[in-house]
Design a protein around this ligand. Structure first.
Ligand code: GLV
Ligand code: GLV
Length: 325
């Protein structure tokens, strides 16, 4: 008999095709990509399900697991991040969790470099000026920014994504890579010749500080007044991990008082960030709507990996990418 699965989003076609052709599951899905499934609908739909394929807008907590009931054996999230999953609850109930690292590393690293350069060279301000009459004449210091050449780039949380970012930035003649993490990671750092430093040193030395860590209780609001106050006035802060690693009020203060030069954010709290949020009023803050992994290739690869993780998990086999709980 077919196992029952609920899919919380109309995911990209490659994953759906795998589920359809598996002959293993019978699935229902929330048939939209433009609005998340309403919580009430989700709580009804998961009832009795063996597996759930979700995206990062769904909180997978005790309430949802209770609503699902004892059949639920596998959660497969189409994301590398897992802060929307209550891991303690999942572990307690013996539910296995699949996620999608690696397949998105290139796309996220590319977007991070794009956001860094957009911010450091003030591209959003520049196109706005060109379009709206601010381009009076060529000027010697107008729209000047900061270059990567001879700079120090700091990585907060060195994983696969941080390494991929450094590999892409190295050809821009970066002088030095530094990183911090809970412990040195020589096997990763060696490939990019990065030096392990404390969080304080990372803040002090970085001309560009890019956040690449997971959001966990340990990293929540790790980027706050204490960190920003140690950064140089000419430094640029980039975050493509999770908004929750930043205290946004402290960041607003740092940006509006010139404590740091600029910030580029792909992630915020909440998402979407309300259009009247103070950060949107700042010329030195570039905000993107959580698009780091948004290439057709990568989103399809994530969809396929999430589908395969789900099917393997439901068969009681090792998943391709499984979170250790
Ligand atoms: C995106 O933010 C992801 O976690 O995959
Ligand atoms: C983090 O999830 C990474 O892949 O570096």
């Amino acid at each position: 008999t077919l196992q029952r699965v609920y899919v919380t989003r109309q995911i990209p076609p490659e994953g759906l095709k795998i589920l359809q052709e598996s002959g293993q599951v019978q699935f229902e899905l929330w048939d939209s990509d433009d609005v998340p499934v309403p919580r009430k609908e989700l709580l009804q739909k998961v009832k009795g399900a063996d597996g759930l394929l979700c995206v990062l807008t769904e909180k997978i907590d005790a309430e949802l697991l209770d609503a699902a009931g004892p059949n639920l054996k596998v959660i497969s999230t189409m994301s590398v991040g897992y802060d929307h999953l209550f891991l303690q609850e999942l572990k307690k109930r013996g539910i296995r969790v699949g996620y999608t690292p690696d397949v998105l590393t290139d796309a996220v690293a590319e977007l991070t470099v794009a956001l860094l350069l957009t911010t450091s060279r003030r591209l959003v301000e520049a196109t706005h000026e060109a379009k709206t009459g601010g381009w009076g004449t060529w000027r010697t210091l107008w729209l000047c920014g900061y270059e990567l050449a001879n700079s120090t780039v700091g990585i907060l949380g060195l994983g696969r994504i941080g390494v991929a970012i450094a590999e892409r930035l190295a050809p821009f003649k970066v002088k030095k890579f530094i990183y911090t993490d809970v412990a040195p990671r020589p096997e990763l750092a060696g490939a990019i010749n990065a030096e392990y430093v404390s969080l304080d040193e990372l803040a002090k030395q970085s001309d560009f500080l890019t956040v690449c860590c997971a959001l966990t209780p340990e990293t929540r609001e790790i980027c706050n007044e204490s960190l920003f106050s140690k950064m140089k006035k000419t430094s640029i802060f980039i975050n493509t991990s999770r908004g929750g690693v930043v205290n946004q009020e402290d960041l607003y203060q740092a940006l509006s008082t010139g404590q740091i030069a600029a910030a580029g954010l792909d992630v915020t709290v909440p998402e979407p960030l309300p259009t009247n949020h103070p950060l949107f009023t700042l010329n030195n803050c570039v905000i993107l709507p959580h698009i780091a992994s948004a290439s057709y290739t990568t989103r399809n690869a994530m969809s396929a990996l999430a589908a395969n993780n789900l099917l393997l998990g439901l068969r009681g086999q090792p998943m391709i990418k499984e979170l250790k709980l």
